[in-house]
Design a protein around this ligand. Structure first.
Ligand code: AMP
Length: 300
């Protein structure tokens, strides 16, 4: 039974970093998140692909035991994203976005997904995020993400999503842009004012911070010497976070803090390879080993 429903983009990425270049690789926010979530809970992915989407990409997701019934195959071309990173790996430069089949996608949540209690509205058109939410029966926890592309084109809808979810997640640049402030604490307070119980702001290789009305918590990024490609780090963080919470079943601040640590662990393992490739080498043993490292680096 699917425990976590993940919606977002499923695409073909062309990525260039100072350490390598790949074309037509499996990408998309939902893909990274679903793989990351699947290390902890049974996860189902909702998205759309075109007729050109290679079977080997579906096979990779199947190997991770992701439920693929929520993937619709449509006439036309798959969503593509072309991005480049220079030596500051925190900032992706988008060179091209082709929405293709994503342009007029109307998500239909499979019957067997509707009862799932954990929903991640990954980075995709905020109107699609809202449509997914309407089709879910009674989720216990809804987490959302977004990106500058949607903040710039559909700001009001992005704010509506933030208002409807339990945990609003975004990265530092997006939070500043959405709330028109340079200060992250102020941006987090704006998120909380919109009825979100928790605001989590991702800070790229520097980890993430969480704010509630009464408290805040920081998780570091793992100090990696060998980052190959940061694409999908934020999505992997989010996927692991919701997957872990679905496994624990109880939503409280202590579990959310632990979930953020697992988010940071899985993201750090993902960025050690180009695209999603490194996920083929990530397993429970590696997650446990890095958890021990995190315990050490977070102690004082
Ligand atoms: P991240 O590095 O976590 O920001 O996510 C990278 C993934 O987001 C890539 O695999 C892209 O395919 C996907 N992506 C890029 N632009 C968009 C967009 N406008 N909407 C949805 N997904 C996108």
């Amino acid at each position: 039974m699917v425990e976590v429903v993940i919606v977002g983009s499923i695409g073909l990425d062309n990525i260039e970093t100072p350490f390598g270049k790949i074309r037509g690789t499996l990408g998309g926010s939902a893909v990274y998140s679903a793989i990351a979530s699947s290390f902890f809970s049974k996860s189902g992915i909702v998205g759309v692909v075109g007729r050109d989407f290679p079977q080997r990409h579906l096979d990779l997701m199947q190997r991770k035991e992701i439920d693929l019934n929520g993937i619709e195959k449509k006439e036309g071309k798959t969503f593509t994203w072309t991005g480049k990173y220079d030596f500051d790996l925190n900032t992706a430069q988008t060179l091209e976005t082709n929405l293709n089949v994503l342009e007029d996608f109307e998500p239909k949540i499979p019957e067997e997904y509707r009862k799932a209690e954990y929903v991640f509205l990954g980075n995709i058109d905020p109107e699609l995020q809202l449509s997914v939410l309407e089709q879910m029966e009674k989720p216990k926890l809804v987490l959302s993400d977004t990106m500058n592309y949607w903040i710039e084109s559909k700001r009001t809808k992005v704010l509506e999503v933030v208002k409807k979810v339990d945990i609003a997640l975004m990265n530092d640049a997006e939070a500043r842009e959405l709330f028109k402030t340079t200060n992250l604490v102020k941006a987090a307070k704006e998120i909380l004012k919109l009825d979100s119980d928790y605001a989590i702001i991702k800070k790229g290789e520097h980890g993430a911070v969480m704010f509630t009305e009464e408290s805040h918590f920081s998780v570091p990024g793992y100090p990696l010497e060998d980052i190959k490609d940061p694409t999908g780090a934020g999505d992997s963080f989010a996927g692991a976070l919701i997957g872990f919470l679905a496994k624990e079943k109880e939503i409280n601040e202590s579990n959310i803090r632990k979930a953020m640590v697992y988010g940071s662990i899985v993201a750090s393992l993902e960025v050690e390879g180009m695209g999603v490739t490194n996920f083929d080498f990530v397993n429970q043993f590696k997650i446990k080993e890095r958890f021990k490292e995190f315990k050490k680096i977070m102690q004082f």
